[in-house]
Design a protein around this ligand. Structure first.
Ligand code: HEM
Length: 270
């Protein structure tokens, strides 16, 4: 599309000259009016270029590309696993943000009917018992997290068994490994937040595992868990990782991963 910009007094005469219908001349008059103020024609041209670029780069469907017509390839349903990983991540992110309104990452003592309970524990108990649909929100978040872990792992198997990690997709395979690791860290840090018995002892296992790393074990335990025994510093670190650091990092890495899929197209399924 290329519309010549005319001088102010020119365009009315030009529109008249063209013998246009009432609708066409109204459309052009509005367009010219807007363009003089907002340069919208430039933006329309930009959109047009983008449209052609997208269509150049978007992969054709498998059936189109490999001329498979009506044949149904039995691997196809497994190609949706990447999408399910993304979808469950979005559900977990939204439900998690809502849970954040009611949760508090404090290991200080509190009473909510259980001996030795903490503010964090009581916040989660409150979400389950006092908050309207709180039990639903928390269940949605936990299920989304578990579905995501399963979907990511199965997606990796699909990519492996269809040989889709081969040239030129090696970098996206490596980015995938990073995503799988980050997904597990996401799950682990979230698991500790209710600060119940499961969380506490899972944390203890984390400390022991860190300490077992040769040479840097002490340092890793200090950094990740805030010491060698669990406490407020541990909970605070897990909270920061879970609700602040990981969401930004994982969202960015997923965007890069999907960007590469978009640029390279889906691998040939043979
Ligand atoms: C948060 C985790 C992940 C998300 C959201 C995600 C998302 C996606 C999506 C939507 C696709 C398009 C094709 C499809 O849906 O199957 C894809 C392709 C791909 N993914 Fe992932 N993925 C993740 C983790 C992984 C992991 C763990 C690996 C491997 C270690 C991996 C390697 C790849 C590769 C190599 C492709 C290109 C496959 C092809 O062209 O057929 N991804 N990913």
């Amino acid at each position: 599309m290329s519309i010549e910009r005319k001088d102010d007094h020119d365009h009315k005469a030009w529109i008249k000259e063209k013998d246009l219908t009432a609708i066409e001349s109204t459309f052009l008059t509005v367009l010219v009016w807007l363009d003089r103020r907002l340069r919208i024609v430039d933006y329309l041209e930009l959109l047009e270029t983008l449209y052609y670029r997208v269509n150049l780069q978007m992969p054709k469907s498998h059936t189109e590309q490999y001329n498979l017509d009506n044949k149904f390839w039995y691997w196809y349903p497994l190609y949706s696993l990447g999408f399910f990983s993304t979808l469950s991540y979005v559900v977990a992110a939204i439900s998690g943000a809502l849970l954040g309104f009611y949760y508090s990452p404090s290991a200080a003592a509190a009473t909510c009917g259980v001996d030795g309970s903490t503010v964090a524990y009581c916040a989660v108990a409150g979400i389950m018992t006092d908050l309207n649909f709180g039990f639903f929100l928390r269940s949605l978040h936990r299920w989304a997290a578990q579905v995501m872990t399963a979907a990511v792992f199965l997606h990796m198997l699909r990519v492996y068994f269809t040989g889709s990690y081969k040239e030129p997709r090696e970098v996206n395979w490596l980015i995938g490994i990073v995503l799988l690791s980050l997904t597990m860290v996401f799950g682990y840090t979230g698991y500790l937040l209710p600060w119940d018995q499961l969380a506490y002892w899972a944390g203890q296992i984390g400390v022991e595992m860190s300490l077992s790393i040769p040479l840097v074990g002490d340092w890793v335990a200090q950094l990740m868990f805030g010491g060698f025994s669990l406490g407020q510093a541990t909970l605070q670190r897990m909270y920061l990782l879970h609700v602040f650091l990981l969401p930004f990092v994982v969202t960015t890495v997923i965007a890069i991963h999907l960007g590469l899929v978009w640029m390279q197209g889906i691998a040939e399924p043979h």
